[in-house]
Design a binder for this molecule. Structure first.
Ligand code: AMP
Length: 221
């Protein structure tokens, strides 16, 4: 199964993929995570793209597309499928993803548009905490760790992402509305768009996706 998760920052794409990747047996590919790894590692690419991320802008298409192509090429034959989280984010990236998948004899099953209102996503982002060690996601009030500041899964320290501050969030929302939201039409035109309301809690969103997946499987059998 190949699923593209679409939605504003804070819609819950990473939380949903994290909760379901093992159950569905798919690769969770988050460009945000790949980018943060490059920055943390101080690589040449990391140094080049840090400023885009810190300002809430987008990393150039060719850099992220190369990252995605690399991941797809090395895993295309393992039959696991993918959940793309945070990619594509521009119309050019959406076209590139179609091309990369076609080249590897793969195709997107559907894009899941996680529709969430602004008054829900803002507090989700400011209260988000991430494990430094394993990347697990938490929220100060919606999904707190058992011990404050410590990851339940691996005991790592939790931190707040540098771009989860109010000023950068505003910029990220503008970028989302201008560059990413139009991609919804790309998938609609392909007849591959599914929409869910992502204002609810993680369990509700997860069961909505599982419902869609069982409908897709039923149609095929
Ligand atoms: P995320 O973890 O998905 O919220 O992404 C964090 C930041 O990484 C974004 O605000 C962008 O600066 C950058 N980023 C992530 N994915 C992409 C992408 N597909 N294209 C360009 N920049 C991206």
């Amino acid at each position: 199964m190949i699923i593209v998760l679409l939605g504003a920052p804070g819609a819950g794409k990473g939380t949903l993929a994290g909760a379901l990747k093992d159950q569905l047996g798919v690769h969770h590919i988050s460009t945000g995570d790949l980018i943060r790894l490059e920055i943390k590692g101080g690589t040449a690419i990391g140094l080049e793209i840090k400023r885009y991320v810190e300002s809430g802008g987008l990393v150039p298409d060719e850099v992220v597309t190369r990252m995605i192509e690399g991941k797809v090429v090395t895993t295309a034959n393992d039959g696991k499928g993918y959940m793309f989280d945070g990619f594509p984010r521009t119309s050019a990236q959406a076209l590139d993803l179609d091309k990369i998948l076609t080249k590897n004899k793969l195709a997107i099953d559907f894009a899941l548009y996680m529709e969430a209102s602004l008054d829900v996503v803002l507090p989700r982002l400011t209260g988000r905490r991430v494990c430094k060690k394993c990347g697990a996601l938490y929220h100060l009030t919606n999904m707190p760790s058992k011990k404050a500041g410590i990851c339940d899964a691996c005991g790592g320290d939790l931190y707040q992402r540098a771009d989860d501050n109010e000023e950068t969030i505003k910029k990220r929302m503008t970028v989302y509305n201008e560059s990413t939201k139009p991609i919804i039409d790309h998938y609609k035109a392909q007849g591959k768009l599914k929409t869910i309301n992502a204002d609810g809690g993680a369990d509700k969103v997860k069961s909505e996706l599982l419902k869609i997946l069982s409908e897709v499987h039923e149609k095929r059998s």
